[in-house]
Design a protein around this ligand. Structure first.
Ligand SMILES: Nc1ncnc2c1ncn2[C@@H]1O[C@H](COP(=O)(O)OP(=O)(O)OP(=O)(O)O)[C@@H](O)[C@H]1O
Ligand SMILES: [Mg+2]
Length: 317
């Protein structure tokens, strides 16, 4: 009986998510259907419209932003925001950018997968701080890290998050997986208004594993992730999602349900070799990119992550 009720509620949530996907697809159409020659003529007008809209919104706090306004802004941003697709977002990770043609493709969704302590959060932060260095606004959404402790730890890598936050370039959002689920039901909610109001260019969700844990079966997990990706795609940010995954464990199916939905997958290994743990990095896929097919050694030290030479085949066996 309880099982049936659970199933029924699950189906309702799933159909809600499906509806959201359909609505989003409809919203995206006008931007995609613009002819290239029209796009050029429109881009100048669009720039002006966007900057007018932005200056109107800047005086308001996120909480005070009323929903209609967010909706209108959302549509305008989707249609008017000049796409940076085709450009690269450098990570600032020495040795990594050369593996992937100078960085992640702008506005793509990328998975950073690895076991506990493999360096996912540090990788993600380094990517965000590179954006800050370039004058971009970035958003870090975490379910796992506590702000004060996290800021303190990141100082060791030379990243002053408090300073970046005060300058308005870095936004730290401690979020519960339940709130993200709510965001899905609302079709974007508060996070979306933060992204549009601040014109966020880079975003990290650390990690989607905690979010996936809210769903008990593979189908609802997959549908929830699809709903999440569908919403994120409208935001035109370059996004990194971290995920807890053991690349050496063939039974670990954590990324199998989403591997086709993301634009790239980077694996971080932390393996024991001759009584010592070594770190390795591998780009499993990156759409539209002639990426390195080698597994490289990397280290975490004062400046963050540094990717080194390719691993000898015996090192990974
Ligand atoms: N200052 C530092 N210098 C060198 N290595 C460090 C330093 N700080 C942390 N590390 C290494 O980085 C690891 C943590 O990296 P990170 O937090 O990015 O891992 P993670 O993959 O996000 O882990 P989790 O799954 O627990 O969130 C530590 O376990 C340690 O090995
Ligand atoms: Mg982490």
């Amino acid at each position: 009986m309880i099982k049936n009720i659970k199933k029924e509620v699950g189906n309702k949530i799933n159909s809600k998510i499906k509806n959201k996907i359909i609505v989003k697809t409809k919203e995206k159409k006008p931007a995609e259907s613009l002819k290239p020659e029209k796009e050029n003529v429109l881009s100048q007008q669009n720039k002006e419209l966007v900057s007018q809209k932005k200056s109107k919104l800047l005086g308001k706090t996120i909480e005070k932003l009323d929903n209609n306004e967010v909706d209108k802004t959302k549509k305008k941003n989707i249609i008017l925001k000049k796409s940076k697709r085709g450009e690269r977002a450098g990570t600032g990770i020495s040795g990594f950018d050369t593996m992937v043609e100078k960085g992640f493709e702008r506005e793509s969704i990328n998975l950073i997968a690895g076991g506990s302590g493999s360096g996912k959060s540090i990788f993600a932060l380094q990517f965000l701080m590179e954006g800050v260095k370039k004058g971009e606004k970035v958003l870090y959404i975490t379910f796992e890290e506590k702000k004060d402790e996290f800021y303190e730890n990141m100082k060791k890598f030379g990243w002053d998050l408090a300073k970046a936050e005060n300058s308005g370039k870095f936004i730290f959002l401690e979020y519960s997986p339940e709130k993200v689920k709510m965001m899905l039901d609302e079709g974007g909610g508060t996070i979306e208004s933060i992204v549009f109001k601040n014109n966020i260019e880079r975003m990290v969700i650390d990690s989607i594993t905690s979010f996936s844990l809210l769903f008990d079966d593979e189908l609802s997990k997959r549908q929830a992730n699809l709903g999440l990706f569908s919403i994120i795609r409208n935001w035109n940010c370059t996004t990194l999602l971290t995920v807890q995954y053991d690349p050496l464990d063939k039974r670990d199916k954590e990324i199998s349900s989403i591997e086709f939905e993301v634009d790239s997958i980077t694996l971080l290994y932390f393996v024991s070799i001759k009584n010592k743990r070594e770190r390795f990095i591998e780009v499993l896929k990156m759409r539209g990119t002639n990426h390195s097919k080698e597994i490289h050694l990397f280290e975490i030290s004062r400046g963050g992550i540094k990717v080194g030479k390719k691993a000898e085949s015996r090192e990974m066996s």
